[in-house]
Design a protein around this ligand. Sequence first.
Ligand code: FAD
Length: 448
Amino acid sequence: MTDTVIVLFSRDLRVHDHPALAAACERARHVIPLFVVDPAIPPRNRGGFLAECLADLRESLRERGGELIVRHGDPVAETIRLAQETNAQAVYASLDVSTLARRRQSRLLQECERLRMEYLVFPGLTIVPPDALRPSGGGDHYKVFTPYLRAWAQQPRREVLKAPGMVHVLRGLDAGRLPEAGQEPYELSRGGETAGRRKMEQWLRHCVDDYAEGHDDMAGNRTSRLSPYLRFGCVSPLELEALARDVGDAGGARDVAEIEGEGRERRGADEFVRQLCWRDFFYQVTRAFPRINRDDYRPRGNEWRDDEHRAQAWKEGMTGVPIVDAGMRQLLAEGWMHNRARLITGTFFVRRLGVDWRVGADHFFELLLDGDIANNYGNWQWVAGTGNDTRPNRSINYIRQAKRYDPDGEYVRRYVPELDAVPTRRIHEPWRLPSGVPGYPPPLVPMD
Ligand code: FAD
């Protein structure tokens, strides 16, 4: 048995289904759960959420006799310093894919080798590890979603792990100061595993059945809103998938007469699991193409405009196109945006305003609580036609989308109150009203 292992937490802020923590608790006499607050990484809009996640993790570890040790500084230097102070023999962490994470992982590996310590990485950030699947036709990753989904669905899953009963922390260490919450947390998203698990359970018990029908209803709030919890690893994607499949199976078993709309649970759960697969898909793309947030994945020689005025109007939700402005203002107000609105606002930005996708993606990344390199930039490149879409010239009609997914204008009225009195018939095209709408701009670009 090893004497002391450091478990370096990063985007896996939970005790349930945490392979690195579980392995350390099983193999070592003493476990040191560590989180290093890196001042070089700006907290962006996520500082308050992260602070809540860490406070919650510390509480959960204390309930198990452990402690979350917090240090401030360079994660590699601080981990090694603590390892030397405590004579740790190993560092365990969860495998991550972004450039920054990979740099950290390879520096840690070098330092651990130099000091003759073991450095082990474990799965946990995705359902299927990002390096597990290779296309049969060659290449180091899947470039297209549907074949990936097929292979992904057939890949055996590891077991979902229980939270450790006890975490035997090394005594006498300074626990260190948690980062301060800073700004007010968002009302709809309190950070941490406890809140995330509660949300997950409620979602699976009451809502996932309706997902296939409801996920595009922009005003209805009928998606899980679990993305910030997945982003920080407060919820295990593997456990979420397993539980969602149980709901689907229960629906399948009860089926026919008992269930209005036969197989509704199954369809809801299947569609939801498919979305989780998109998340894994972009992780494996990012592992193979870590510069996804900077370089075109498929360069197409696009010429983007450098137009600060247009970009600013879009960021403020003042483009004069109600469905776009509603989405952008939801982002400002909640640190989150409905997926359909992300598609509409993103497509409008690159295709109608013609501005570089990186400008729009960076703005999303700054503000989203779920802002994540793989998913944000992967989706933005998809929208811009430089990414994994097999139809890079796909275009969408914003007004038709608005009428279809927000038929009563409820989503628009919620976030763009200037349009409150506009009749539903014109809510998505206020420029057609003879006198316009006081306080609301005309469209930034021609809409006809
Ligand atoms: P649900 O509909 O309940 O879906 C469940 C989970 O599946 C989500 O939490 C998410 O983890 C995953 N998922 C769903 N759709 C996608 C998708 N298209 N790609 C990858 N994973 C998906 N998602 C992020 O997590 N972080 C981002 O930074 C991000 N940026 C985006 C930018 C653009 C331009 C677009 C079009 C999409 C982006 N998405 C991003 C994907 C998606 O919009 C969000 O995951 C989703 O809206 C989160 O809400 P939810 O948890 O209620 O999703």
